[in-house]
Ligand binder design. Structure first.
Ligand code: NCD
Ligand code: ZN
Length: 348
């Protein structure tokens, strides 16, 4: 039985770092394991312009513990007022690696997102021309659509028509949660489509949130779906298909904000993500596929080199413990509880 796994240092292709005291409290948990991360721009106010992204990158760099080596990969938050020239400049300077589409109202801090895609067509066209990918929060916001159906509806109503209009646009379907999204990616022949999968969606289904009591710390968006969807995600992640890669969507909120009568969406997985993933991949007899999912497929899509440093994970005879919560200057944040003991530990 394998008890040591050596892989190129992984990257996180979808991460929320926040700002201020929360940023300082969480960034080290990602930087301890990951070399780079695509940093989501849904601050308040959002990171819209190249200048916003440069300032945010500097704040992130200043918050990284001195002993750690970590590169934030910046994104811009697409609004109906986004300027295509500004986007192109931010890419040309190397600052920005993607633009994020939030349908207005779809998730945390998405009020400034896009209501009418026609208004951003010029920006998307320019992105297709210059090879800058669009990261998509793929849920419709129509109140008539059941929340468990919003991802599938988004593919049919929004994403597929958009991709037909702009076949040259690179698209990452972020944090996919359904068999429908997996099938949509698998059916693509353009080479321009990929998807990130979170750690928690490989582990929980909707029963974990709702059966036997309501568990706010398992609530995130897109919300976890039925078991058959979780299984589809597991097989996509553990397959040899390079279009699927890790984006943890680690999304810290204070416990106070999570535990309100109307609590925030987001699951904080940064500290134990690699342990959880090694567990999941081993369970599916796919430990040898973790390297592709966490370390190789993302850089291939984003046309970046694979990290040259290595990470060593070792399986321990006894369960590895992680704190239930971390302290930040903004308040405590609960760490994702996978619901089973973890034995894999990141050694270096
Ligand atoms: C994210 C957040 O808190 O910023 N929340 C979440 O549930 N995933 C936003 C997002 O990625 O949808
Ligand atoms: Zn997210």
């Amino acid at each position: 039985m394998t008890d040591t796994l050596t892989i190129p240092r992984p990257d996180d292709w979808h991460l929320h770092l926040r700002d201020g005291a929360m940023l300082k409290g969480v960034v080290g948990h990602t930087a301890a394991h990951f070399a780079r991360a695509i940093v989501m721009p849904n601050l308040v106010p959002p990171v819209v312009t190249g200048a916003d992204a440069a300032a945010y990158r500097d704040r992130i760099r200043a918050a990284i513990p001195a002993s750690m080596d970590f590169e934030p990969l910046m994104t811009l938050y697409l609004t109906e007022a986004t300027d295509a020239d500004d986007v192109a400049l931010a890419q040309a300077s190397g600052l920005v690696k993607a633009v994020k589409l939030y349908p207005a109202g779809a998730t945390t801090n998405s009020q400034s997102g896009v209501s009418n895609l026609d208004k951003v067509h010029g920006v998307l066209e320019r992105m297709a021309d210059i090879g800058l990918p669009l990261c998509v929060h793929g849920e419709v916001t129509d109140p008539d659509i059941d929340i468990f159906d919003r991802e599938a509806a988004f593919i049919d109503r929004v994403l597929d028509p958009l991709r037909r209009r702009l076949p040259g646009l690179g698209v990452v379907m972020e944090h996919v949660t359904t068999a429908d999204a997996v099938a949509y990616v698998q059916a693509d022949t353009s080479g321009n489509l990929a998807a990130t999968i979170t750690t928690h969606h490989l582990i929980i289904n909707r029963n974990h949130i709702l059966a036997g009591g309501i568990r706010p710390h398992y609530y995130c968006l897109p919300v976890a779906k039925r078991e058959k969807h979780r299984l589809a995600l597991r097989s996509a992640a553990c397959s040899d298909d390079e279009r699927f890669f890790l984006g943890t969507d680690s999304a810290p909120h204070t416990d106070t904000a999570k535990l309100l009568p109307c609590g925030c969406a987001g699951i904080f997985t940064a500290p134990n993500t690699m342990s959880c993933l090694a567990h999941v991949f081993e369970e599916d007899d796919a430990l040898d596929k973790l390297e592709n999912f966490a370390s190789r497929n993302g850089p291939a899509f984003y046309k970046m080199p694979v990290n040259s440093e290595m990470m060593i994970l070792k399986k321990q005879p006894e369960p590895v413990s992680y704190p239930e919560q971390i302290e930040t200057g903004a308040g405590t944040v609960t760490v994702f509880d996978p619901g089973f003991d973890l034995f894999w530990r990141v050694e270096s």
